[in-house]
Design a protein around this ligand. Structure first.
Ligand SMILES: Nc1ncnc2c1ncn2[C@@H]1O[C@H](COP(=O)(O)OP(=O)(O)OP(=O)(O)O)[C@@H](O)[C@H]1O
Length: 243
């Protein structure tokens, strides 16, 4: 469970980007953060992913307050949390399977890193992750650069699973994708939350997609969390709060 209380981020010039954001996310939830451009979505995700510093606020993960934990705990968290960018940084010349293997790289002993040996068990597991995101048929066929944007995004999800991610943070994971590919990516997220009790928090601008696929919707406006509800079709007054 992730609990954040009064998270604020102010820049040195006094500009407030996030203002007293509080929330709780339980395992199994797929949260979509909706907000206009510049509302603070990427900054919020960056803070939750521990990639950006915040000015004030409490961050409690599974009962442990983060500011009180050691750097080694933060490192462990970074292993269990995956940050997916809008354009996933895959190895362009390697196929989907090899890209998924790379998620396991940091967990391998040094001699395996040096020799690049892959065990049968790892091979099966990587194929299993690709199957979960519906890409088994594309495992070895093409270099990643030849896959569609949606397929690349799903390879990145499979790689996060290989890394052992329990929490996925995704910044605009469906930007630039056609509706069908975007829906597949969001359905993958929903399934991972439901079947594997993971947490996914994704920032998006497409409200309709969020209403249909998320389990929870957060509305962000001017750095403030103005809405936190189970996903459903928003009323006009709820939309007015966000946009
Ligand atoms: N390091 C920074 N220095 C100055 N301004 C910043 C910095 N980081 C973010 N901002 C400003 O904070 C605001 C929120 O930015 P952020 O990227 O989080 O918004 P966003 O909701 O993700 O926008 P978009 O949907 O367009 O990506 C913007 O006005 C941005 O210009």
């Amino acid at each position: 469970m992730i609990i954040v209380r009064n998270l604020s981020k102010t820049l040195t010039d006094g500009q407030t980007i996030l203002s007293k954001v509080s929330f709780q996310v339980d395992r199994g939830e797929f949260v979509v953060v909706i907000g206009a451009s510049g509302s603070g979505k990427s900054t919020l995700l960056g803070c939750i992913a521990l990639q950006q510093k915040w000015t004030e606020g409490q961050f409690i993960i599974d009962g442990k307050e983060l500011s009180n934990t050691k750097w080694s705990d933060k490192l462990q968290l970074r292993k269990e949390w995956a940050f997916l960018e809008e354009r996933p940084a895959l190895h362009p010349k390697k196929n989907a399977l090899k890209n998924v293997f790379s998620g396991r790289f940091y967990q391998l002993p040094l001699w395996r890193k040096l020799t690049g040996t892959i065990s049968t068990g790892e091979h099966i597991r990587a194929m299993d992750y690709l199957e979960r995101v519906g890409l088994l048929d594309k495992a070895k066929m093409l270099p990643a650069e030849k896959l569609s944007g949606g397929e690349q995004q799903r390879v990145a999800i499979a790689r996060a699973l290989a890394q052992g991610a329990q929490v996925i943070l995704a910044d605009e994971p469906t930007k630039g994708l056609d509706p069908e590919s975007a829906t597949k990516v969001l359905q993958d997220f929903r399934a991972l939350c439901k079947d594997q009790n993971m947490i996914v928090i994704a920032a998006m601008q497409n409200l309709e997609m969020a209403e249909r696929n998320a389990s929870r919707i957060w509305g962000l406006a001017d750095g403030k969390l103005v809405l936190d509800i189970p996903a459903r079709k928003l009323t006009q007054s709820e939309k007015n709060k966000i946009f």
